[in-house]
Design a protein around this ligand. Structure first.
Ligand code: GLU
Length: 440
């Protein structure tokens, strides 16, 4: 069975970049009728918070990306300890005592000599007596996995055939000097134990994948299928990493961005399939194909989300908006007509409230000086509500007879007087929704 996971660290709010990872893994699982696991990578107690863990779940729920199972790495420390013991017993795990400053110095020296900054494995030469001495002086060391120096190869679901020379990569640290397990070991144990079959993540993880493949094999398991999606850039191709903080899903939600518009955009951005507005998660699942995504960096422009939201709303059937419409206090017998009238004239759902306020209380009329007299006459020719589908036609005919105005010179001033706006829905549809007689 296909099993995927989305594995954010609860150290911040998730943003559009994370969403891409979450969505791809979700869609792969759903398409295969498999399982989608939400895994909280919370091995760092100093930076992980319950607040962020809750927020991640709320954000995914808002999007409709429901997970089948929730796992937390902080619940699984015993398992990571056991895996570390296994690696130690196999001779694939060694203790190192360099301080961060020393490591930094080594890297600088290597770079100066034109060499890649790969850890030199000096700790492998330490005798037991030397290690004892270092432990006594510096406290416990950190632990590295000893890579086999061979080429690590896999066929990536997006990047195609990849091959990385393990000798060009530092032996990864799996346990810090303070005893904290690092993501690489925890992730590998989880991927094995939860039966993860497919991992999609950002291309910043390609090197991790190479080392993780060796660790997984060392622990006696088969690696999952890996795919690495390109990273998002800004509209000009600029790095987005610094701006991601302002592109959190919370913010987009607060701005009124519709989840389905956002998901539809993300499900096709960077793919060679054209954009299509989905109306449900099922649509997204049916149209998803990982092999259509390319390796090139993907441009993302947050400014597209507003128009996509408006477009989504304008095609949203009443049933999908009913609850929000009724919550405004629109009477049930007018709710559908109200939605049909406003859906083409809102940028976000919240804009509905302005229209309902207008229908309920009347607008503050927009009247040019030269139209004042004509509007006064017009208002004297209009009775009190309720109005119906014929009101606009019969009213404007009467105003035309009385004032001699016609065409735009008749309709535009009346629209502005009734709605307080230059543009909006068909006035024949507006009149039956008015709860009060327009006034100056
Ligand atoms: N917690 C890791 C991250 O957010 C997960 C990476 C992975 O998918 O393995 O980068």
């Amino acid at each position: 069975m296909t099993v995927t996971r989305f594995a954010p660290s609860p150290t911040g709010y998730i943003h559009v970049g994370n969403l891409r990872t979450a969505l791809f893994n979700f869609l792969i699982a759903r398409k295969a009728g498999g399982l989608f696991i939400l895994r909280l990578d919370d091995t760092d107690p100093a930076r992980s918070t319950q607040e962020y863990a809750d927020a991640i779940q709320q954000d995914l729920e808002w999007l409709g990306l429901q997970w089948d199972r929730l796992e937390k790495q902080s619940d699984r420390l015993d398992r990571y300890t056991a895996a570390a013991d296994d690696l130690r017993a196999m001779g694939r795990f060694y203790e190192c005592f360099e301080t961060p400053t020393e490591l930094d110095l080594k890297r600088k020296k290597q770079l100066n000599m034109g060499k890649p900054p790969v850890y030199d494995r000096a700790a492998l030469d330490l005798s037991e007596a030397e290690k004892e001495k270092l432990r006594a002086e510096r406290g416990p060391g950190h632990w590295r996995f000893k890579l086999d120096h061979e080429r690590i190869e896999w066929t990536d679901g997006i990047l195609g055939d990849l091959s990385i020379d393990a000798a060009s990569v530092s032996d990864p640290v799996l346990i810090r000097a303070d005893g904290q397990f690092l993501y690489t070991l925890a992730s590998v144990c989880d991927d094995i134990d939860f039966g993860i079959t497919d991992v999609v993540r950002g291309s910043d993880h390609v090197t991790n994948t190479a080392t993780q493949i060796q660790i997984i094999k060392a622990l006696g398991a088969a690696p999952p299928a890996f795919a690495h999606h390109s990273l998002l850039t800004g509209p000009q191709g600029e790095a987005l990493s610094k701006r991601l903080g302002t592109l959190s899903l919370r913010d987009l939600r607060a701005q009124g961005i519709e989840p389905m518009a956002l998901l539809s955009h993300m499900a096709r951005l960077g793919s060679n399939q054209p954009f299509e507005m989905a109306s449900s998660i099922d649509d997204l699942v049916a149209g998803f194909d990982l092999s259509t995504f390319g390796a090139a960096p993907t441009k993302f422009d947050v400014a597209n989300l507003g128009p996509l939201t408006a477009r989504y709303l304008s095609s949203l059937p009443f049933d999908a908006a009913r609850e929000d419409v009724l919550a405004l206090g629109v009477p049930a017998d007018k709710a559908q007509a109200f939605w049909t009238v406003v859906r083409d004239n809102i940028d976000t759902r919240a804009d509905m409230a302005d229209w309902w306020a207008l229908f309920q209380n009347g607008a503050s009329a927009l009247v040019a000086e030269e139209d004042r007299e004509m509007i006064e006459t017009a208002l004297s020719l209009l009775g009190d509500p309720p109005y119906d589908a014929d009101t606009w036609g019969s009213w404007t005919a009467a105003v035309k007879d009385a004032t001699g105005r016609k065409g735009k010179g008749l309709f535009m001033p009346l629209r502005k007087a009734v709605t307080g706006r230059e543009r909006g829905p068909d006035m024949g549809d507006v009149m039956p929704l008015l709860q009060v007689k327009p006034r100056l």
